[in-house]
Design a protein around this ligand. Structure first.
Ligand code: ZN
Ligand code: ZN
Length: 261
């Protein structure tokens, strides 16, 4: 029996250019890899959701003498997510066990995840492969919403600017537009700056000139990419090309953008 011409994985179904599945299978290699990765991560996410069950971050009932009130925050999203993970993985495991005549795994997230990964080649050929991949992807998205309600993007920005420090700096950019990016050193927690403080350090004589990609500037200053290019050309920022990509001199960027925050 011939399989479908194009992959039925969620990324391919939602995308504009669905890829070809592996021979005999219904999923392309990237969709199969994504599915396997999600199955590998789900048990840990299931575990992490447990720590969110009491509401977060600090439940107000801690301060109330006499213990929890009956109307107390119980994180139903975390509870729902945990039972959905076990429920969905169990039903697919039952299908595998049934159709392949093997013993089903224990009804616990790590056992279910391992079992389904072991039968992944078979599942990738099954008529339900697309549904399976979509349900697993949805579980992972839901678990991420519970465990990281405010996802922080981490952006490497080069070596630490403190003299003699050998650490590397990472910019932590949150979705919250009112919270400025923060630059942290992985060697010394005292080396921490806000995005604009860090750029203002640009005139220190001890350090090499710093170069920022358009993406760095977009995140650190919270301005649209188009404005970055426009300002770069209007303000004649010094430019440097590395591996085909443009970088701008941090000191020039700083001079232009210093009044924006
Ligand atoms: Zn695909
Ligand atoms: Zn440092």
């Amino acid at each position: 029996m011939a399989g479908p011409v194009s992959c039925v994985g969620p990324a391919c179904l939602d995308g504009t250019a669905p890829r070809r599945p592996l021979p005999g299978a219904r999923l392309c290699p990237p969709c199969r890899t994504a599915l396997e990765g999600a199955l590998r991560r789900l048990p840990a996410l299931h575990h992490d959701c447990a720590s969110r069950l009491g509401g977060s971050p600090s439940p107000p009932w801690r301060e109330i003498p006499g213990g929890p009130r009956p109307d107390m925050p119980f994180n139903t999203a975390a509870a729902d997510c945990r039972s959905a993970i076990v429920g969905v993985l169990s039903s697919w495991s039952a299908l595998v066990a049934d159709e392949r005549g093997v013993a089903p795994p224990r009804r616990a997230a790590p056992h279910l995840g391992t079992f389904l990964r072991r039968h992944l080649d078979w599942l990738a050929r099954h008529p339900g492969a697309g549904d399976f991949a979509a349900e697993v992807a949805a579980l992972e998205r839901a678990a991420h919403r519970v465990t990281s309600p405010d996802p922080t993007r981490r952006l490497p920005v080069g070596p630490c600017v403190e003299p003699r420090c050998t650490g590397s700096l990472t910019a932590l950019v949150t979705r919250d537009r009112h919270r400025p990016a923060e630059i942290r050193c992985d060697a010394d927690p005292a080396h921490t700056w806000t995005g604009h403080e860090w750029l203002a350090l640009g005139d220190r004589p001890t350090e090499a000139p710093r170069w920022l990609s358009p993406a760095d500037i977009e995140c650190l200053w919270d301005i649209p990419r188009g404005s970055v290019y426009r300002l770069a050309s209007e303000q004649r920022w010094r430019r440097h090309r590395r591996a085909g990509r443009a970088y701008y001199a941090a000191a020039d960027v700083q001079r232009t953008l210093v009044h924006r925050h």
